[in-house]
Design a protein around this ligand. Structure first.
Ligand code: FAD
Ligand code: NAP
Length: 544
């Protein structure tokens, strides 16, 4: 058990601090949850650690940050007027524009009056007698809620490896996921970037334009597909807007809830000739974006099929990168797609510039951070600034930073000691009336997340309304339903190649984290299951 902590005091009955719903987080999930709760006449409050809305897009302001799901799809669909009126400027929207959109939504639906910014929820304890959650914040708030909705995000706690000597570095350091609000100018500076995941791959080409010398420290090479980003084609925008709802409906039938305009092929790679394979890969490479992974039906289930696709990408890297040794280092060797594929603009080309250097740190990792720079591969690299593009303690990290205690004072940390366990990714057995949005065990990070978020929030809102209509107080997953669900999530993953490398989907990027494949693969089947659960009177849940 965790060391006992001070118990949050219950809010005075009938006081201004008693709510129907306490929502944690004001990203896309928390904002929509607030809107839906209000729509039901519920009294809701949102706590947000940042001083603005937008979540991911508030925190990740690094150069080059943008979505890798197309803008016309990476947006809310709950209000057709909103989606008709909003105009995206690019095929893949840049971070400032997505943040502007989040702020527009907050203003349009008058959300801010119920959001307490710059306030971090530190504890949420269930009071069994009153069947309410007592919630405490780092600013001394003590509120209670019938329901708590953790809209805390899957990628909202940065992973900051404890490199020896970190605190001795005399220059500025940055983490991509906590980027300063004011622009950072690397002009004329020697810069180190540690990491080569999506955040690094987006930022490196831009940092390289400014830096006098750029050192990229790579532990694992990643597959990346060109974005082919461009101003949004007005004809395309008009065509989508003419049938936006039907377009959304088609996307909801995709495994990842996006990409219906260019869906995954149903053809096995083994039924295609060499020329047909090449044509299919080239077509998707030239179109740009994550659709590459859908060139054939079996790329994520058959290792030989996957290797053919991986070889094809490695050939492109060798074509782009002029120095053969650097090209080889940039060629990934793991299963393609088992770490999330990256989408880039000029990433591999950047390594053709004489002031950009790739350092292979596989043998010994980062040995130390020194007052003057980074020690790796047996030497010291002197730099003026260090960028940590080292990712996130994904899916569970943010939830476990909060002292959440359910029935009998059991902490979430204890309940998840062997890895996260949920029912539908929505609730944890023993934690009544506490919901997670895009929690582990739901498709979340394997999808267009705004679609998953809306589906979850709609389900939660429906559940709250149902409980009220039935005159019931609490709902919680049964341990049996939860066990069966965890088994299902693992069984689905095991039919694919996703668990076959050290990805953050498995928690493998954080030392000591339990290795469990956390997201569920397949959005349409998941939604069907959620709907069935409701149709069968909340099957798998205990209601009191
Ligand atoms: P978040 O946006 O993470 O918001 C959670 C909020 O909760 C944060 O603002 C945080 O400050 C707050 N919070 C957390 N803990 C507490 C606490 N204890 N107290 C108070 N507040 C708290 N997904 C896609 O589908 N397509 C993309 O192209 C895409 N690109 C991405 C790019 C980057 C750089 C990253 C990091 C993620 C990307 N994602 C993408 C995933 C993205 O996280 C989701 O699409 C979506 O924005 C998540 O929204 P959310 O509201 O669930 O969580
Ligand atoms: P990430 O994919 O986890 O990449 C982190 C990088 O840091 C990896 O290269 C990792 O190497 C390296 N690293 C971690 N710990 C290290 C250590 N101790 N020593 C050396 N290197 C270390 O994180 P991210 O790039 O921030 O992306 C996370 C997710 O956010 C993405 O997968 C995606 O879902 C989302 N995202 C999306 C976009 C987009 O295009 N829209 C952009 C950014 C992020 P290893 O691989 O060896 O662990």
């Amino acid at each position: 058990m965790n060391a006992p902590t001070e118990r949050p005091a219950p809010a005075a009955a009938g006081s201004a601090n008693e709510f129907d719903v306490v929502i944690v987080g004001a990203g896309f999930a928390g904002m929509y949850m607030l809107h839906r709760a209000r729509g039901q006449g519920l009294r809701a409050v949102v706590f947000e650690a940042g001083d603005g809305v937008g979540g991911t897009w508030y925190w990740n302001r690094y150069p080059g940050a943008r979505c890798d799901v197309e803008s016309m799809e990476y947006s809310y669909q709950f209000d057709d007027t909103l989606q008709q009126q909003w105009h995206w400027s690019e095929r893949f929207a840049p971070q400032p524009e997505i943040l502007k959109y989040a702020n527009h939504v907050a203003d349009r639906y008058d959300l801010r009056r119920d959001i307490r910014f710059s306030t971090r929820v530190t504890a949420a304890h269930f009071d069994e007698a009153g069947a309410r959650w007592n919630v405490t914040t780092d600013r001394g708030d003590q509120v209670s809620g019938r329901f708590v909705v953790m809209a805390t995000g899957c990628l909202s706690s940065t992973n900051k490896p404890a490199f020896p000597g970190l605190e001795t570095f005399t220059g500025p350091t940055y983490h991509t996921g906590e980027w300063p609000h004011e622009p950072v100018d690397f002009s004329g500076k020697r810069v180190a970037v540690i990491g080569t995941g999506s955040s690094a791959i987006q930022s490196i080409p831009i940092i390289a334009k400014q830096a006098s010398e750029l050192w990229v420290f790579q532990r694992t090479a990643n597959y990346s597909v060109p974005a082919r980003n461009a101003p949004l084609d007005p004809g395309y925008e008009a065509r989508i807007k003419a049938e936006y709802q039907a377009f959304r409906a088609r996307n909801s039938q995709m495994m990842g809830a996006f990409g219906s305009a260019f869906p995954r092929s149903e053809v096995s790679i083994f039924s295609a000739s060499d020329e047909e394979r090449d044509r299919a890969f080239a077509e998707r490479w030239n179109r740009g974006g994550l659709g590459f992974q859908g060139a054939f039906a079996d790329l994520m289930i058959n290792p030989n099929a996957n290797e053919i696709a991986a070889d094809w990408v490695r050939e492109r890297i060798r074509e782009i990168v002029k120095d053969p040794a650097t090209a080889e280092l940039l060629c990934p060797t793991q299963v393609l797609g088992c770490k999330r594929m990256c989408v880039d603009t000029g990433y591999f080309e950047t390594f053709n510039q004489p002031h950009v250097h790739l350092i292979d740190i596989r043998p010994g990792g980062i040995e130390a951070i020194t007052p003057r720079g980074v020690k790796a591969a047996g030497r010291e690299f002197e730099v003026d600034a260090i960028v940590f593009a080292t990712g996130f303690d994904a899916m569970t990290g943010t939830l476990l930073r909060i002292d959440v205690r359910g029935r009998d004072g059991v902490s979430l940390r204890d309940a998840w000691a062997a890895g996260p366990r949920t029912y539908l990714g929505l609730n944890v057995a023993g934690f009544p009336n506490l919901f997670t949005v895009s929690g582990p065990g739901s498709p979340s990070v394997l999808t267009n997340m705004i679609v998953s978020i809306e589906q979850h929030v709609n389900w939660i809102a429906g559940c709250m309304a149902w409980l009220r209509a039935q005159g019931r107080r609490t709902i919680e997953a049964t341990p049996q339903a939860q066990e069966a669900w965890v088994g299902h999530v693992n069984a689905v993953a095991d039919t694919t190649l996703y668990p076959h490398c050290n990805s953050w989907y498995l928690g493998a990027n954080v030392p000591g984290k339990t290795r469990v494949f956390m997201p569920l693969i397949g959005f349409p089947d998941y939604v069907k299951r959620c709907d069935e659960v409701v149709a069968r009177g909340y099957e798998g849940f205990a209601v009191a």
